[in-house]
Design a protein around this ligand. Sequence first.
Ligand SMILES: *Cc1c(COP(=O)(O)O)cnc(C)c1O
Length: 376
Amino acid sequence: MSIQLFKAKYEVEECLEEIRECLEVGWTGMGFKTVKFEDAWKKYTRLPFAYYTNSSTIGLYMAVDILKEEYGWGNEDEIITSPITFVSSNHAILKSNMKPVFADIDETMCLDPKSVREHITDKTRAVMYVGLGGNIGHYYEIVKLCEEYGLKLILDAAHMAGTRYKGEIPGNEAEVVVYSFQAVKNLPTADSGMICFKKGEFDEIVRKKCWLGINKDTYARTTNSGNYKWRYDVEYIGDKGHGNSIMASIGLVQLKYLDRDNAYRRQLSKWYRDRLSQYPDRIKLVSIEEGCESACHLFQICVDKRDELIMALNAAEIYPGVHYANNINYRMYEYAKGTCPYAEYVSEHTVSLPMNLYLTYEDIQKICDEIIKFVI
Ligand SMILES: *Cc1c(COP(=O)(O)O)cnc(C)c1O
Protein backbone atom coordinates (compact mmCIF):
# COMPACT_ATOMS: atom_id res chain seq x y z
CA MET A 1 0.00 0.00 0.00
CA SER A 2 1.32 3.40 -0.96
CA ILE A 3 1.72 6.13 1.66
CA GLN A 4 0.32 9.54 0.75
CA LEU A 5 1.30 12.94 2.12
CA PHE A 6 -2.26 13.92 2.98
CA LYS A 7 -5.48 11.97 3.24
CA ALA A 8 -8.38 13.62 5.01
CA LYS A 9 -10.21 11.49 7.55
CA TYR A 10 -13.88 12.27 8.09
CA GLU A 11 -16.45 11.16 10.62
CA VAL A 12 -18.53 9.97 7.71
CA GLU A 13 -21.83 8.98 9.34
CA GLU A 14 -22.01 12.07 11.53
CA CYS A 15 -21.16 14.35 8.59
CA LEU A 16 -23.88 12.73 6.48
CA GLU A 17 -26.41 13.13 9.30
CA GLU A 18 -25.60 16.84 9.58
CA ILE A 19 -25.79 17.30 5.79
CA ARG A 20 -29.05 15.32 5.64
CA GLU A 21 -30.60 17.90 7.94
CA CYS A 22 -29.74 20.65 5.41
CA LEU A 23 -31.24 18.68 2.56
CA GLU A 24 -34.41 17.85 4.45
CA VAL A 25 -34.90 21.41 5.65
CA GLY A 26 -34.19 22.61 2.11
CA TRP A 27 -31.43 25.03 3.13
CA THR A 28 -27.85 24.49 1.98
CA GLY A 29 -26.83 28.15 1.67
CA MET A 30 -25.45 30.85 3.92
CA GLY A 31 -27.12 30.98 7.34
CA PHE A 32 -28.42 27.98 9.34
CA LYS A 33 -25.32 25.74 9.73
CA THR A 34 -22.88 28.54 8.84
CA VAL A 35 -24.07 30.53 11.85
CA LYS A 36 -23.82 27.46 14.09
CA PHE A 37 -20.29 26.84 12.88
CA GLU A 38 -19.27 30.46 13.48
CA ASP A 39 -20.59 30.21 17.04
CA ALA A 40 -18.84 26.89 17.61
CA TRP A 41 -15.57 28.33 16.26
CA LYS A 42 -15.78 31.40 18.51
CA LYS A 43 -16.37 29.17 21.49
CA TYR A 44 -13.45 26.91 20.55
CA THR A 45 -10.93 29.67 19.82
CA ARG A 46 -12.29 32.30 22.23
CA LEU A 47 -11.88 34.86 19.47
CA PRO A 48 -14.58 37.54 19.64
CA PHE A 49 -15.77 37.40 16.01
CA ALA A 50 -15.81 34.78 13.27
CA TYR A 51 -17.20 34.93 9.76
CA TYR A 52 -17.43 31.78 7.67
CA THR A 53 -16.05 32.09 4.12
CA ASN A 54 -15.82 29.79 1.12
CA SER A 55 -12.00 29.74 1.38
CA SER A 56 -9.18 31.13 3.39
CA THR A 57 -7.88 32.78 0.22
CA ILE A 58 -10.87 35.12 0.10
CA GLY A 59 -10.45 35.67 3.85
CA LEU A 60 -6.83 36.78 3.45
CA TYR A 61 -7.80 39.07 0.63
CA MET A 62 -10.64 40.57 2.68
CA ALA A 63 -8.29 41.00 5.64
CA VAL A 64 -5.87 43.16 3.65
CA ASP A 65 -8.60 44.92 1.69
CA ILE A 66 -10.62 45.93 4.75
CA LEU A 67 -7.65 46.97 6.89
CA LYS A 68 -6.32 49.03 3.97
CA GLU A 69 -9.58 50.85 3.47
CA GLU A 70 -10.46 51.34 7.12
CA TYR A 71 -6.99 52.48 8.18
CA GLY A 72 -6.45 54.59 5.07
CA TRP A 73 -3.35 52.78 3.83
CA GLY A 74 -2.12 53.79 0.39
CA ASN A 75 -1.26 51.90 -2.76
CA GLU A 76 2.41 50.90 -2.54
CA ASP A 77 2.32 50.90 1.26
CA GLU A 78 4.11 47.80 2.52
CA ILE A 79 3.22 44.61 4.32
CA ILE A 80 6.07 42.45 5.58
CA THR A 81 5.50 38.81 4.76
CA SER A 82 7.08 35.37 4.35
CA PRO A 83 8.44 33.93 1.10
CA ILE A 84 7.76 30.38 2.36
CA THR A 85 3.99 30.16 2.25
CA PHE A 86 1.14 29.26 -0.06
CA VAL A 87 0.81 32.09 -2.59
CA SER A 88 -2.59 33.08 -1.14
CA SER A 89 -0.90 35.01 1.67
CA ASN A 90 1.12 37.16 -0.72
CA HIS A 91 -1.43 37.45 -3.52
CA ALA A 92 -3.79 38.98 -0.95
CA ILE A 93 -1.34 41.87 -0.58
CA LEU A 94 -0.78 42.39 -4.31
CA LYS A 95 -4.48 42.17 -5.10
CA SER A 96 -5.04 45.06 -2.71
CA ASN A 97 -2.39 47.06 -4.62
CA MET A 98 -0.04 47.00 -1.68
CA LYS A 99 3.57 45.84 -1.71
CA PRO A 100 4.70 42.54 -0.20
CA VAL A 101 8.10 43.07 1.41
CA PHE A 102 9.74 39.73 2.10
CA ALA A 103 11.56 39.11 5.37
CA ASP A 104 13.49 35.90 5.91
CA ILE A 105 12.34 32.92 7.94
CA ASP A 106 14.31 31.19 10.69
CA GLU A 107 14.71 27.58 11.81
CA THR A 108 11.05 27.53 12.95
CA MET A 109 10.06 28.02 9.26
CA CYS A 110 8.18 31.16 10.32
CA LEU A 111 9.22 34.83 10.00
CA ASP A 112 12.46 35.73 11.75
CA PRO A 113 11.77 38.73 14.07
CA LYS A 114 15.28 40.08 13.42
CA SER A 115 14.75 40.10 9.67
CA VAL A 116 11.27 41.61 10.06
CA ARG A 117 12.73 44.47 12.10
CA GLU A 118 15.34 45.11 9.41
CA HIS A 119 12.64 45.43 6.76
CA ILE A 120 10.47 47.97 8.55
CA THR A 121 10.30 51.31 6.71
CA ASP A 122 8.07 54.36 7.06
CA LYS A 123 5.74 52.70 4.53
CA THR A 124 5.27 49.50 6.54
CA ARG A 125 1.69 49.10 7.72
CA ALA A 126 1.36 45.46 8.73
CA VAL A 127 2.98 42.06 9.10
CA MET A 128 1.49 38.94 7.51
CA TYR A 129 2.53 36.08 9.80
CA VAL A 130 2.16 32.46 8.70
CA GLY A 131 2.27 29.76 11.40
CA LEU A 132 3.87 27.28 9.03
CA GLY A 133 3.00 23.66 9.64
CA GLY A 134 0.93 24.69 12.67
CA ASN A 135 3.96 25.99 14.53
CA ILE A 136 3.88 29.23 16.45
CA GLY A 137 7.52 30.12 15.69
CA HIS A 138 8.51 33.50 17.10
CA TYR A 139 4.98 34.85 16.82
CA TYR A 140 4.98 36.57 20.22
CA GLU A 141 8.16 38.47 19.38
CA ILE A 142 6.47 39.65 16.19
CA VAL A 143 3.45 40.72 18.28
CA LYS A 144 5.78 42.89 20.40
CA LEU A 145 7.50 44.28 17.32
CA CYS A 146 4.13 45.25 15.84
CA GLU A 147 3.21 47.02 19.09
CA GLU A 148 6.56 48.84 19.16
CA TYR A 149 6.20 50.12 15.56
CA GLY A 150 2.40 50.53 15.48
CA LEU A 151 1.95 47.85 12.82
CA LYS A 152 -1.16 45.72 12.34
CA LEU A 153 -0.76 41.96 12.55
CA ILE A 154 -2.50 39.59 10.14
CA LEU A 155 -2.23 35.94 11.13
CA ASP A 156 -2.50 33.41 8.31
CA ALA A 157 -3.52 30.49 10.50
CA ALA A 158 -4.30 28.13 7.61
CA HIS A 159 -2.14 25.45 9.26
CA MET A 160 -2.99 26.39 12.83
CA ALA A 161 -6.49 25.03 13.50
CA GLY A 162 -6.08 23.76 17.06
CA THR A 163 -2.56 25.09 17.71
CA ARG A 164 -2.15 26.22 21.30
CA TYR A 165 0.50 28.17 23.14
CA LYS A 166 0.71 27.56 26.88
CA GLY A 167 -2.77 26.08 26.69
CA GLU A 168 -4.42 28.99 24.84
CA ILE A 169 -5.40 29.34 21.19
CA PRO A 170 -3.30 32.24 19.84
CA GLY A 171 -4.93 35.03 17.84
CA ASN A 172 -6.29 37.60 20.27
CA GLU A 173 -3.14 39.66 19.76
CA ALA A 174 -3.69 39.94 16.00
CA GLU A 175 -5.91 42.41 14.16
CA VAL A 176 -7.30 39.53 12.15
CA VAL A 177 -6.82 35.75 12.03
CA VAL A 178 -7.66 33.69 8.94
CA TYR A 179 -8.15 29.90 9.03
CA SER A 180 -8.47 27.40 6.20
CA PHE A 181 -10.76 24.36 6.19
CA GLN A 182 -9.67 23.30 2.72
CA ALA A 183 -9.68 19.61 1.77
CA VAL A 184 -6.25 18.69 3.21
CA LYS A 185 -6.07 20.99 6.23
CA ASN A 186 -6.39 19.80 9.84
CA LEU A 187 -10.10 20.60 9.91
CA PRO A 188 -11.07 19.50 6.42
CA THR A 189 -14.42 20.38 4.86
CA ALA A 190 -13.81 20.54 1.10
CA ASP A 191 -13.29 24.25 0.73
CA SER A 192 -13.98 26.91 3.30
CA GLY A 193 -12.34 29.17 5.86
CA MET A 194 -12.94 31.50 8.78
CA ILE A 195 -11.97 35.15 9.17
CA CYS A 196 -11.80 36.44 12.72
CA PHE A 197 -11.44 40.18 13.18
CA LYS A 198 -10.61 41.72 16.52
CA LYS A 199 -13.07 44.54 15.84
CA GLY A 200 -16.81 44.08 15.46
CA GLU A 201 -17.07 46.89 12.86
CA PHE A 202 -14.73 45.00 10.55
CA ASP A 203 -16.65 41.78 11.08
CA GLU A 204 -19.77 43.64 9.92
CA ILE A 205 -17.95 44.91 6.83
CA VAL A 206 -16.63 41.48 5.81
CA ARG A 207 -20.16 40.04 6.05
CA LYS A 208 -21.28 42.57 3.43
CA LYS A 209 -18.16 42.41 1.26
CA CYS A 210 -18.35 38.62 0.99
CA TRP A 211 -21.89 38.91 -0.30
CA LEU A 212 -21.34 41.32 -3.19
CA GLY A 213 -21.58 44.30 -0.83
CA ILE A 214 -25.22 43.69 -0.05
CA ASN A 215 -26.60 45.19 3.15
CA LYS A 216 -29.84 43.46 3.93
CA ASP A 217 -30.28 45.33 7.18
CA THR A 218 -31.00 48.75 5.65
CA TYR A 219 -34.59 47.95 4.72
CA ALA A 220 -35.02 45.28 7.34
CA ARG A 221 -34.68 48.12 9.82
CA THR A 222 -37.30 50.28 8.14
CA THR A 223 -39.97 47.60 7.93
CA ASN A 224 -40.99 44.92 10.33
CA SER A 225 -42.58 42.66 7.74
CA GLY A 226 -40.51 40.21 5.69
CA ASN A 227 -42.00 41.46 2.42
CA TYR A 228 -39.21 43.82 1.55
CA LYS A 229 -36.29 41.38 1.66
CA TRP A 230 -35.44 42.18 -1.95
CA ARG A 231 -35.17 45.86 -1.18
CA TYR A 232 -31.63 45.67 0.03
CA ASP A 233 -28.94 48.27 -0.32
CA VAL A 234 -25.54 47.59 -1.95
CA GLU A 235 -22.72 49.37 -0.17
CA TYR A 236 -19.62 47.89 -1.81
CA ILE A 237 -18.49 46.22 -5.03
CA GLY A 238 -18.03 43.03 -3.06
CA ASP A 239 -17.20 39.41 -3.83
CA LYS A 240 -19.09 36.16 -3.49
CA GLY A 241 -17.06 34.85 -0.58
CA HIS A 242 -19.47 33.46 1.99
CA GLY A 243 -19.55 29.84 3.11
CA ASN A 244 -22.50 27.46 2.81
CA SER A 245 -24.36 25.06 5.09
CA ILE A 246 -23.08 21.86 3.46
CA MET A 247 -19.47 22.76 4.15
CA ALA A 248 -20.40 24.08 7.61
CA SER A 249 -22.10 20.75 8.40
CA ILE A 250 -18.83 18.92 7.82
CA GLY A 251 -16.97 21.61 9.77
CA LEU A 252 -19.29 21.32 12.77
CA VAL A 253 -18.69 17.58 13.00
CA GLN A 254 -14.94 17.68 12.33
CA LEU A 255 -14.44 20.44 14.93
CA LYS A 256 -15.63 18.03 17.64
CA TYR A 257 -12.70 15.78 16.77
CA LEU A 258 -10.05 18.40 16.04
CA ASP A 259 -8.23 18.12 19.37
CA ARG A 260 -8.28 14.33 19.24
CA ASP A 261 -6.97 14.37 15.65
CA ASN A 262 -4.26 16.93 16.43
CA ALA A 263 -3.11 14.87 19.42
CA TYR A 264 -2.55 11.95 17.04
CA ARG A 265 -0.67 14.23 14.63
CA ARG A 266 1.61 15.19 17.54
CA GLN A 267 2.14 11.50 18.24
CA LEU A 268 3.13 10.91 14.60
CA SER A 269 5.42 13.90 14.80
CA LYS A 270 7.06 12.54 17.94
CA TRP A 271 7.65 9.16 16.29
CA TYR A 272 9.35 10.94 13.39
CA ARG A 273 11.44 13.05 15.75
CA ASP A 274 12.52 10.12 17.89
CA ARG A 275 14.06 8.43 14.85
CA LEU A 276 15.22 11.32 12.69
CA SER A 277 16.78 13.44 15.46
CA GLN A 278 19.52 10.81 15.69
CA TYR A 279 21.09 12.15 12.49
CA PRO A 280 21.56 15.87 13.22
CA ASP A 281 24.35 16.22 10.64
CA ARG A 282 22.20 14.82 7.84
CA ILE A 283 18.64 15.66 8.76
CA LYS A 284 17.61 19.10 9.95
CA LEU A 285 14.37 19.20 11.94
CA VAL A 286 12.15 22.24 12.36
CA SER A 287 12.58 23.77 15.79
CA ILE A 288 9.41 23.97 17.88
CA GLU A 289 9.06 26.75 20.44
CA GLU A 290 8.80 25.85 24.13
CA GLY A 291 5.12 25.97 25.12
CA CYS A 292 3.84 25.44 21.57
CA GLU A 293 1.34 22.65 21.19
CA SER A 294 1.47 22.52 17.40
CA ALA A 295 -1.44 21.41 15.24
CA CYS A 296 1.28 19.49 13.34
CA HIS A 297 -0.25 20.12 9.96
CA LEU A 298 3.15 19.31 8.45
CA PHE A 299 6.24 17.40 9.42
CA GLN A 300 9.12 19.03 7.57
CA ILE A 301 12.79 18.18 7.42
CA CYS A 302 15.67 19.66 5.43
CA VAL A 303 18.22 17.41 3.73
CA ASP A 304 20.91 17.65 1.08
CA LYS A 305 19.80 16.12 -2.23
CA ARG A 306 16.13 16.71 -1.44
CA ASP A 307 14.91 15.93 -4.95
CA GLU A 308 16.80 12.61 -4.96
CA LEU A 309 15.35 11.74 -1.56
CA ILE A 310 11.85 12.36 -2.90
CA MET A 311 12.59 10.04 -5.82
CA ALA A 312 13.93 7.36 -3.51
CA LEU A 313 10.82 7.63 -1.35
CA ASN A 314 8.58 7.50 -4.40
CA ALA A 315 10.34 4.27 -5.44
CA ALA A 316 9.23 2.87 -2.08
CA GLU A 317 5.68 4.11 -2.78
CA ILE A 318 5.96 6.93 -0.25
CA TYR A 319 4.77 10.27 -1.59
CA PRO A 320 5.97 13.32 0.33
CA GLY A 321 5.49 16.98 -0.63
CA VAL A 322 7.21 20.36 -0.46
CA HIS A 323 5.94 23.38 1.53
CA TYR A 324 6.83 25.65 -0.11
CA ALA A 325 8.88 26.77 -3.05
CA ASN A 326 10.25 30.25 -2.36
CA ASN A 327 7.50 32.64 -3.54
CA ILE A 328 10.20 35.09 -4.67
CA ASN A 329 10.88 32.73 -7.59
CA TYR A 330 7.45 33.50 -9.05
CA ARG A 331 7.36 36.31 -11.61
CA MET A 332 5.22 38.75 -9.61
CA TYR A 333 7.59 38.59 -6.61
CA GLU A 334 10.88 38.50 -8.51
CA TYR A 335 11.72 42.08 -7.47
CA ALA A 336 12.76 40.64 -4.10
CA LYS A 337 15.33 38.19 -5.52
CA GLY A 338 18.27 37.51 -3.25
CA THR A 339 16.77 39.12 -0.13
CA CYS A 340 15.95 35.97 1.86
CA PRO A 341 18.86 33.49 1.89
CA TYR A 342 17.47 31.05 4.44
CA ALA A 343 14.17 30.86 2.55
CA GLU A 344 16.19 30.04 -0.58
CA TYR A 345 17.94 27.24 1.28
CA VAL A 346 14.66 25.88 2.64
CA SER A 347 13.01 26.05 -0.76
CA GLU A 348 15.69 23.74 -2.19
CA HIS A 349 16.09 21.40 0.81
CA THR A 350 12.78 20.98 2.58
CA VAL A 351 10.49 17.99 2.27
CA SER A 352 7.17 17.42 4.01
CA LEU A 353 6.81 13.84 5.17
CA PRO A 354 3.44 12.06 5.11
CA MET A 355 1.21 13.45 7.84
CA ASN A 356 -2.30 12.07 7.92
CA LEU A 357 -4.55 10.29 10.38
CA TYR A 358 -4.40 6.93 8.63
CA LEU A 359 -0.68 6.52 9.34
CA THR A 360 0.46 3.95 11.89
CA TYR A 361 3.58 3.55 14.00
CA GLU A 362 4.78 0.97 11.45
CA ASP A 363 4.26 3.40 8.56
CA ILE A 364 6.40 6.02 10.30
CA GLN A 365 9.14 3.46 10.95
CA LYS A 366 9.05 2.42 7.29
CA ILE A 367 9.31 6.04 6.10
CA CYS A 368 12.17 6.71 8.54
CA ASP A 369 13.98 3.52 7.44
CA GLU A 370 13.91 4.75 3.84
CA ILE A 371 15.08 8.24 4.74
CA ILE A 372 17.90 6.98 6.94
CA LYS A 373 18.98 4.48 4.30
CA PHE A 374 19.18 7.38 1.85
CA VAL A 375 21.05 9.90 3.99
CA ILE A 376 23.71 7.70 5.59
C1 LIG B 1 -4.10 26.39 2.23
C2 LIG B 1 -3.50 27.69 2.55
C3 LIG B 1 -4.13 28.90 2.24
C4 LIG B 1 -5.36 28.97 1.39
O1 LIG B 1 -6.42 28.24 1.90
P1 LIG B 1 -7.72 27.99 1.02
O2 LIG B 1 -8.76 27.69 2.04
O3 LIG B 1 -7.41 26.84 0.13
O4 LIG B 1 -8.01 29.22 0.24
C5 LIG B 1 -3.56 30.07 2.67
N1 LIG B 1 -2.39 30.08 3.34
C6 LIG B 1 -1.73 28.95 3.64
C7 LIG B 1 -0.46 29.03 4.41
C8 LIG B 1 -2.26 27.72 3.23
O5 LIG B 1 -1.60 26.60 3.49
